[in-house]
Design a protein. Structure first.
Length: 397
């Protein structure tokens, strides 16, 4: 027997639950399927457990895609203000952390509970521990697709794929959505880890290890792209918001140029300090601008380790400034999907309608969220894409 639903959503994450609730709200009979034992696992771990659910400054230029214009329609149809209104309607307290990033005051579970409550209110069913097997087109009237799940065949008029990407596999992430897209002949761009820390194995490895846990505000550049934010030294390499952001633009073999003192003209400041405080150790002067630990290890192996400001020549000061303003680092790689917040690549947007997220060649088949070749910057932009793409699909599914 084929149990039929009007809409089946594969994936009980942010995009899937949002789409299910919205589709059910307009009267559709909706079923959500997920192989995991708990819904919204990535929601729960996001934002340090507080879920950075959107950003005040959502704009298309905050997204990376082979077609940078694709996201515009969905983001315009369902904005950050729409989602904020939903959060407020559920009485969820939130705050702006910095740069427009919005976090729950309490826990990320507040957002998950809100989505599940929305599904329950409008009658969308959620079945967990239900892996999906075979998926195929169906010729029966009013039932375009059928799939195997939980030991039975299910049919639907609209099938929404919201399976996310392969980032953080320990939470159950897989590439199922990409495989399904390929099965139906849709082009899929290769995936790679994005918003992910770098690993360093060259001569800078010892410095990173020694400074593990030290954070500095930096300006990092890779090619034409740059970000200003905090950088964190780790025992494996470099992390922190600045590194996560630039990682989405980095390719193997690329070098990073890191300005360790972006708000200071080091050469000019050294000359002024030399005039005013000539007996001060360079190490102590640098520690005042960064940290004592950084100053110690940055200068440890050089000829300036014990130098006073008075001992520095003009050429020395220019050399020190160049090193601090343009530290050249060539990462060995990234930490990969194990710690990546997102996966870059995915279903080619040319295969989908930007208005509905429906596959152009397969009526009733929708792809939303991270499985699509749209990746946001750090700071709530990926969640907003989940909400916006979900609502766009829900209006037509």
């Amino acid at each position: 027997m084929l149990q039929k639903f009007e809409v089946i959503v594969i994936g009980a994450g942010a995009a899937g639950l949002m789409c299910a609730a919205q589709a059910a709200a307009r009267g559709r009979q909706v079923l959500v399927l997920d192989h995991a034992n708990k819904a919204g696992k990535k929601i729960l771990m996001s934002g340090g457990g507080r879920c950075n659910f959107t950003n005040y400054f959502v704009a298309p230029d905050k997204y990376l895609s082979h077609n940078p214009h694709f996201c515009k329609s969905a983001l315009k149809r369902y904005t950050q203000w729409d989602f904020i209104a939903l959060v407020e309607a559920h009485g969820i307290a939130y705050h702006e952390k910095k740069d427009g990033q919005l976090f729950c005051d309490n826990k990320a579970s507040d957002i998950l509970t809100m989505l599940l409550d929305e599904c329950a209110t409008y009658g969308a069913q959620v079945r967990l521990n239900t892996p999906v097997g075979q998926v195929e087109k169906n010729i029966e009237a009013g039932c375009r697709y059928r799939l195997q799940a939980g030991g039975q065949w299910l049919g639907c008029e609209s099938l929404v794929v919201a399976t996310g990407g392969p980032s953080i596999p320990t939470l159950g992430a897989t590439g199922f959505g990409y495989e399904l897209a390929s099965q139906f002949g849709l082009r899929v761009y290769p995936q790679r880890a994005g918003l992910v820390p770098f690993t360093i194995t060259d001569q800078h490895k010892a410095l990173c290890t020694a400074l593990s846990g030290t954070a500095l505000p930096v300006d990092v550049q890779c090619g034409a792209q740059s970000f200003r934010d905090d950088m964190l030294f780790t025992h494996r390499g470099l992390s922190g918001p600045a590194m996560l952001q630039i990682s989405s633009y980095w390719q193997p073999g690329d070098s990073l140029t890191i300005n360790l003192l972006p708000d200071l003209d080091v050469a000019a400041a050294l000359r002024q300090a030399q005039h005013q405080r000539p007996k001060v150790l360079l190490r102590n002067w640098l520690a005042e601008l960064t940290t004592a630990k950084f100053a110690e290890h940055w200068l440890a192996d050089g000829r300036f380790a014990q130098a006073t400001l008075a001992q520095l020549s003009g050429a020395d000061m220019d050399e020190l400034a160049a090193g601090l303003h343009a530290w050249q680092v060539k990462p060995a790689g990234t930490e990969g999907y194990r710690t990546a917040e997102v996966a870059l690549g995915g279903v080619d947007t040319d295969e989908l309608s930007s208005k509905t997220l429906e596959a152009k060649q397969h009526p009733g088949l929708f792809f939303i969220g991270e499985v699509v070749d749209v990746t946001g910057h750090l700071g709530g932009f990926n969640f907003q894409w989940a909400w916006s793409s979900a609502v766009a699909a829900a209006e037509f599914a």
